[in-house]
Write a protein that binds this ligand. Sequence first.
Ligand code: 6MZ
Length: 343
Amino acid sequence: METMKKYYQKPGLHAHLNGSVSFETMEKLIARKPHLNIKHSMTAIRNGQHRTLDECFQVFKVIHQLVDSEEDILMVAKAVIQEFAADGVKYLELRSTPREETKTGLSKRRYIESAIEAIRQCKQEDVDIEVRFLVAIDRRNGPEVAMETVKLAEDFMLSSDGLIVGLDLSGDPTVGHGKDLLPALQRAKNCGLKLALHLSEIPSQKEESELLLDLPPDRIGHGTFLHPEVGGSDSLVDKVCKQNIPIELCLTSNVKGQTVPSYDKHHFQYWYERGHPCVLCTDDKGVFCTDLSQEYQLAASTFGLSQEAVWHLSQQAIQCSFAPEAVKQQLEQKWAELRPRVL
Ligand code: 6MZ
């Protein structure tokens, strides 16, 4: 584990802001809002514990009560960025769903501005990590809110000095249908936002995935039930492979959230064996009590990956990122410098 932290630089590409809030930050938030009477056990799924995906979504609702002002967003976003940096993550794409909260006067615009401010402050304070932001659509909120979110993201794309690079589609996969969100997603694509879409996180999303893959997305989140061995189809796999769409894989999240029965049954193996671009990610490092080093460690020990294979896996993620070419080149350089000392 220490080896992974110390020697492996890693890009983190699938990290939900509020799901990434650590135990320590959560303690501060709980202390700030004692009237909410929230206990730590309601905000995280500890090691050895499992929850249904539905229960995981209840956890986010609790966290959202704790993070409901500009000040909170700035604080949690800075802490999350610093924690990823301390874990050896050199490039991070953080995603979050803009919310408005009448109680605190938070607007969706100020929500995004606070997250951007956190990224800027970390840069000024020389935290050793490049960070970009993806604006998230929560599918629960339907097509109109999705379109509003895309318009907001478009505005910010022009005014955020390149910090906003894309759009995420996430939220409870049992709610809503992707076909209703197609116009918003298409608009985002047309205006140059990269698309990272949660696809086939549960088995019943086959038809939706067929539709969304025709956009096509620039990356797939989870893709747990795409392949035929778990009820997906050859047609879905063909679309993913022909378009070479990288898949963001989150081992701990899927096992703790019970969409995958055990680490050795994780679909990482299916895609990795085909040589398909796979990116290890944390998903919600706070909620699932993990970090990116642990995810690499788990993949290495479960699937018998050599040090070289692990290095290649993290290096390959650079090209799957939405970073501009110049940043990708700088990261490639960093990776190349480190390689001879490790192998
Ligand atoms: C789908 C997820 C998710 O946006 O408030 N989110 N969506 N599947 C998952 N797998 C476990 N984990 C997190 O972060 C929390 C939000 O991210 C999405 C959900 O919409 C959740 O409310 P933000 O920063």
